[in-house]
Design a protein around this ligand. Structure first.
Ligand code: HEM
Length: 404
């Protein structure tokens, strides 16, 4: 096989100025010129960078590829992630059979049927938040008024986490996914969440309710199948993943639609099937979990004329794969009527997003409700003044000032 290429390209989340919805230009160039390449990380280490959609799908389903962040070659995203790597084990970063054993505990809670039953409650929360926004009048920050509270309220109710504590867990989770956090701050935030959720799960074990964490407490903690630490870490994964991601999709998706008025009008006036398609397209186009799927090779793997050696880190750039012209025609165009369902915004293979049915439902309710309530919705600042989240593991906007 060919020699290992050198690593001239530093892995970065920085996008070109004026192009906040497109992946960083260097990564997009690699898709065309060098779909399997070496990239250098923040600590000077190197990893393989894979950009093509078909290669990523194959690798994400390949048992020679490990998601286990305890592997020494694991390509951590930041000093903070490196510092918390060994303290943060959940099924997100486990391999089989432990991964499936733990994930299976939650699949029923996030099935299409169980999630569909949440529709009336999600619609009610959306209506309440929009009522409050309308009552307060313009301008508003869409993130704090709508995009963040909606998924936070939903995941709190599902898990049985008191929403009154949202400032605490939203702050701690932001520190955990901020690539600029110091290792000490990230460790402290992660531990605070585990302590908080450990107390909550233990309280539920003594006095269970009907929520998901009560079920886990009774079924796994009380029986000794699981301990406090494991339950708390699982709860933390669900709480963080359950609100950060969807919140950023709501705000960034709205921002993107505001830049594409024809698409915005179509979403506003669409029936449920067309809205569902629009949600898939927004997920593809924006790929908010933009830090790449991070893995380690467990055996030598031949790919595109290269040998990925056992023990080497691999980053699968799903943002670029979602712009692969082999899969999506004219991929840089936002087109809510395209067939976007093969996107990798939720990953692929065994670790594909557990909460995707919930995320889809929230988005399918949120976008049209917002656009119908405020038909004159507009940015209250120019696009160049919007603070985009380049430094966060989950992309989006810190604030979205809007008026109507
Ligand atoms: C638009 C919203 C969302 C996006 C874009 C998203 C994206 C992703 C991605 C890309 C992965 C794969 C990680 C990997 O392969 O390394 C993932 C996994 C996961 N997501 Fe989501 N997610 C979203 C919403 C949610 C929600 C609402 C929940 C609910 C709790 C959730 C829970 C999880 C969990 C538990 C995993 C780990 C699955 C596993 O390792 O088996 N996500 N998500």
């Amino acid at each position: 096989m060919t020699e290992t290429p050198t690593a001239p390209n530093a892995y970065t989340e920085r996008r070109a100025s004026g192009c906040p919805f497109d992946p960083p230009p260097n990564r997009s160039r690699l898709l065309k010129e060098e779909p399997v390449s070496r990239t250098s990380l923040w600590n000077g280490a190197t990893a393989w960078l894979v950009t093509r959609h078909t290669d990523q799908v194959a690798l994400l389903r390949d048992q020679r590829i490990s998601a286990d962040n305890r592997n020494s070659g694991y390509p951590s995203i930041s000093p903070a992630a490196e510092a918390t790597r060994l303290h943060n084990q959940t099924f997100l970063t486990m391999d089989e059979p432990e991964h499936s054993e733990q994930r299976r505990r939650f699949t029923g809670d996030f099935s299409v049927k169980r999630v569909a039953a949440l529709r009336p409650r999600i619609e009610a929360i959306v209506a309440e938040l929009l009522d409050a926004m309308e009552k307060a009048g313009p301008p508003a920050d869409l993130v704090s008024a709508f995009a963040l509270p909606l998924p936070s309220l939903v995941i709190c109710e599902l898990l049985g986490v008191p929403y009154e504590d949202h400032e605490f867990f939203q702050r701690a989770s932001a520190v955990m996914i901020d690539t600029r956090s110091s290792p000490q701050a990230a460790l402290a935030a992660s531990q605070e969440m585990v302590d908080y959720l450990g107390d909550l799960v233990e309280a539920k074990e003594k006095n269970p309710g009907t929520d998901l964490l009560s079920r886990i407490a009774v079924q796994y903690l009380r029986t000794g199948i699981s301990d406090r630490d494991e339950c708390a870490k699982q709860a933390r994964l669900l709480l963080v993943a359950g609100h950060e991601t969807t919140a950023n999709m709501i705000a960034l998706g709205t921002c993107a639609l505001l830049q594409h008025p024809d698409q915005l009008a179509a979403v506003r006036d669409a029936g449920p099937d067309r809205v569902a398609g629009a949600v898939e397209e927004l997920l593809r186009y924006l790929t908010i979990v933009h830090s790449g799927r991070r893995r380690v090779a467990l055996a030598d793997i031949e790919l595109d004329g290269h040998t990925i050696h056992a023990g080497e880190g691999v980053i699968l750039a799903n943002d670029v794969a979602n712009r692969d012209p082999e899969i999506f025609e004219d991929p840089d165009r936002l087109d809510i009527d395209r067939q976007a369902r093969r996107h990798l915004a939720f990953g692929s293979g065994p670790h594909q997003c557990l909460g995707q049915n919930l995320a889809r439902l929230e988005l399918q309710i949120a976008y049209p409700a917002l656009l119908r309530r405020f038909p004159g919705l507009r940015l209250d600042r120019s696009l160049s003044e919007i603070p985009f989240r380049d430094d966060m593991a989950v992309y989006g906007v810190y604030e979205l000032p809007v008026a109507w």
